[in-house]
Design a protein around this ligand. Structure first.
Ligand code: S3P
Length: 425
């Protein structure tokens, strides 16, 4: 797909529903008794993979124009799949379902695409095995395909090495099937959508600092869920409006859960012209309208506990940093290497191709801002967040940019290019 410079970005937009929350609504709805209705569900390829996996586990799921309806069968209502479960490109699907499958009374095989088959699953195999699970990496490299034999599980207290909501959620979901409470302590707090939504479904989940504890065998009850817009999808438009001269953009109904709002904090650190207008009387997941205008940005340091709150936004933050005065340092973000692509290497490669001054480090990137970008051929490496980040860069570069495999945005944001084009002047 080809892009050239635009004048400005103006107008109003609602981004699609949150990906993490959409996955969880399908999973927890499947394990609940009764019907779960989900509005503003993200119909991206990742969440459709989750739906397909639960259909193969015997759950009826209806896709209506305005909502998804899940006819849950209770904690012990899943049935043995007759086919391999295919998580596609989705790490969330793979890791969370592995936790659920560990405690079933049947065996299953779970796999995904070429990217998933390279992503580390040892981080869930180790704690789930401690709980009594039997999980084998069929290629012997700690990655999917995974053969999971359902077993009786025991509660554990597990300390994760990295802050990962996928690992935390996998263990907590296995904890639903354990014989005693299960706790997870993280080095820093990762997104807490599982804890909030499991509680809404009736589970006994307690949190204290970076520790979450779940009691086994609750009766989960079907819920009505309205998914807020995905802040990770909004991030591309926040960045585009900030760095494109003469821009003004109103982004409606964006989820601003404090475990996800790091991009807003970085915008403040960089001096962005951003107004957050939170909705009133909110319980659980909160949302806001965001007003963003073009801004003179300055470089900043992004590190430590901030990292898990913006882990998926770091590629587009790196693009923003190219338009900022001074140096931006991203550190403590080695997790970027094991996402849908090695995002440290891919960002450094593609930004360099566009003329940016960028250095890849072991755990992040160093970007000297203020050098004009020039159009280039960039490879998305089939990573949706890389493709969207470079669409933002391309709109502010001299000459033409060609993004290879640009259609991978369908993973999290079908309609991204149409939304972007509609707002560009
Ligand atoms: C997610 C957690 C994050 C994030 C991913 C979605 C989730 O991964 O990068 O896109 O829904 O739990 P990690 O938990 O592995 O950091």
């Amino acid at each position: 797909m080809k892009f050239t410079r635009v004048k400005s970005i103006r107008g109003e937009l609602s981004v699609p529903g949150d990906k993490s929350i959409s996955h969880r609504a399908v999973m927890f709805g499947s394990l609940a008794e009764g019907t779960t209705a989900v509005r503003n569900f993200l119909r991206g390829a990742d969440c459709l993979s989750t739906i397909e996996c639960f259909r193969r586990l015997g759950i009826q799921i209806e896709e209506k124009p305005d909502e998804i309806r899940i006819y849950g069968k209770g904690l012990h209502g899943l049935s043995a799949p007759s086919q391999i479960l295919d998580a596609g490109n989705s790490g969330t699907t793979t890791r969370l379902i592995a936790g659920i499958l560990s405690g079933q009374d049947f065996d299953s095989t779970l796999t995904g695409d070429a990217s998933i088959q390279k992503r580390p699953m040892g981080r869930i195999i180790e704690p789930l095995t401690q709980m009594g699970a039997s999980i084998e990496s069929l290629s012997g490299n700690g990655c999917a395909p995974l053969r999971i034999e359902g077993r009786p599980l025991h509660g554990i207290h597990y300390r994760t090495k990295v802050a990962s909501a996928q690992v935390k959620s996998s263990i907590l979901l296995a904890g639903l099937y354990a014989d005693s409470p299960t706790s997870v302590t993280e080095p820093a707090l990762s997104r807490n959508h599982s804890e909030l939504m499991l509680r809404q479904f009736g589970a006994d989940v307690k949190t204290e600092g970076t520790t979450a504890t779940i009691a086994p065998a609750p009766r989960l009850a079907g819920q009505e869920i309205t998914v807020p817009g995905d802040i990770s999808s909004a991030a591309y438009f926040i960045a585009a409006a900030c760095v494109t001269p003469g821009s003004e953009l109103l982004i409606r109904n964006v989820g601003i859960n404090p475990t996800r709002d790091g991009i807003l904090r970085v915008c403040r650190m960089m001096g962005a012209d951003l107004t957050v207008m939170p909705y009133e009387n909110q319980k659980g997941e909160s949302a806001a309208d965001l007003l963003v205008r073009s801004s003179s940005l300055k470089g900043c340091v992004i590190e430590g506990e901030l990292i898990p709150t913006l882990i998926d936004e770091l590629p587009v933050i790196a693009v923003m940093a190219c338009f900022a005065d001074g140096t931006t340092v991203i550190r403590d973000a080695a997790e970027l290497k094991v996402k849908e692509s090695d995002r440290i290497a891919v960002m450094a490669e593609n930004l360099s191709a566009m003329g940016a001054q960028v250095t890849a480090t072991d755990d992040g990137l160093i970007i000297e801002g203020g050098r004009p970008l020039r159009g280039a051929a960039v490879n998305s490496h089939l990573d949706h967040r890389i493709a969207m980040s470079f669409a933002v860069a391309a709109l502010n570069a001299d000459g033409e940019t060609v993004i290879q495999d640009a259609e991978c945005v369908n993973i999290s944001y079908p309609g991204f290019y149409q939304d972007l084009q509609r707002l560009c002047l």
